[in-house]
Design a protein around this ligand. Sequence first.
Ligand code: PLP
Length: 448
Amino acid sequence: MADLATEPIVYSFTDHRDYHRESPVIIAEGDGIRVRDTAGKEYIDALSGLWHANLGFSDAELIAAATSAYAKLPAFACALGRTSAETELLARELIAAAGGSFRSVYFATSGSEAVESVVKFLWLAANTSGTPSRKLVVTRDSGFHGTTLGAGSLAGIPSQHNGFDLPLPFTVRVPRVHFYRDHVDGETADEYVDRIVRTTRERIEEAGPENVAAMIAEPVMAAGGVLVPPDGYWPAMGRLLADLGIPLVSDEVVCGFGRLGHLFGHQRFGLEPAAVTTAKGITGGYAPLGAVLLGPELTAAVAAAADRHGVLGHGSTFGGHPVAAAIARANLRALHERRLFARVAELEASLRTSLDGLLDLPAVGEVRCIGGLAAVELMADGAARRPFDPARRIGRRVAASARERGLIVRDLGDVIALCPPLITSPSEVAEIASTLRAAITATLDEEA
Ligand SMILES: Cc1ncc(COP(=O)(O)O)c(C=O)c1O
């Protein structure tokens, strides 16, 4: 038992009421997809830390890259016209690997900072290109884009705003894409997509497309519930944004670096974003690094703004840290040389097979899988799409029961989210699914 008042850490994204029931998990070491706590208990981490340790917890190449970078140049900044050799090479390699769509990279230290930066760049671009009204950013219900003032404002999750005086008034909120929960009875996936794309158009038109800087969206929403869009969604959204003249910022803090089976998440859907924000898996999670990839228009606008003001008044000490950059370069090499994109296709197939096996449980309403992301949506009556009473905290209790059984997952309300390391084998996926089955069954048996 622990008590928040005596804990030395303010735990983020944690329901602090749980301190009265259970102690924090304190991890001492990791090996492959497993971690061990200070009491010696072992867990499969089916969330890859916080959606970021994509190559597991003991990758020899990433560790070697870090060690040798520390020996060569343990500290430098990417500012004042100077940077480290590793950081410069990483920028070139990212632009080349993206296949010609992007011209420059801005380095940050986190996903929130990358998102915050892209919003500032969009505003800078609006102010320098004679369209100063273009300051609104379109964002979706259930979206998660970080927690700083700007990035947190873009969230479509109430807990990110409650008590923080957010959102700041620069967002236009449009529907999420969650066919299973949000379609009306009898509506097909195509009809549902038509409806939410129509609502998206209406909301943007109410705000005035001439006032909109961009839309930000994850190719697949992760923290919003692992929401896999129906096939027609992104093509229809692409047409809508082109029609309204609104650029897309693809937030790939989770979806980048192999998570959807491609280097970048937007490639899975054939999207052409004006910018990409990324972090987390860019270093396999082994060091903090965020990045914004900027297309030609934004690159030119930021350069013009810097010219006009004499300096680009935005930056940070640790963005593009040389050791993080060296690890990110090793991660890029690993993704290609170890054929990890093909491995993610296999992971997707084994997640699908193993988790679909849970659909015989009455409490499992839907299973969603794409690349190395999956969700099991728990419902009081799955067929009738009747949710559990939130007061029962079923998802929270299933996650706690899984944890007791040596499995780390994330409860997002009554959605159990899985984001296992990309190296997870089919037999490990089967183990994850059978432990999750035991956790769901035991939680519901408790109530029977
Ligand atoms: C899509 C998305 N954007 C941004 C962020 C913020 O990243 P960070 O936690 O590195 O600030 C997250 C974090 O989970 C995310 O999932």
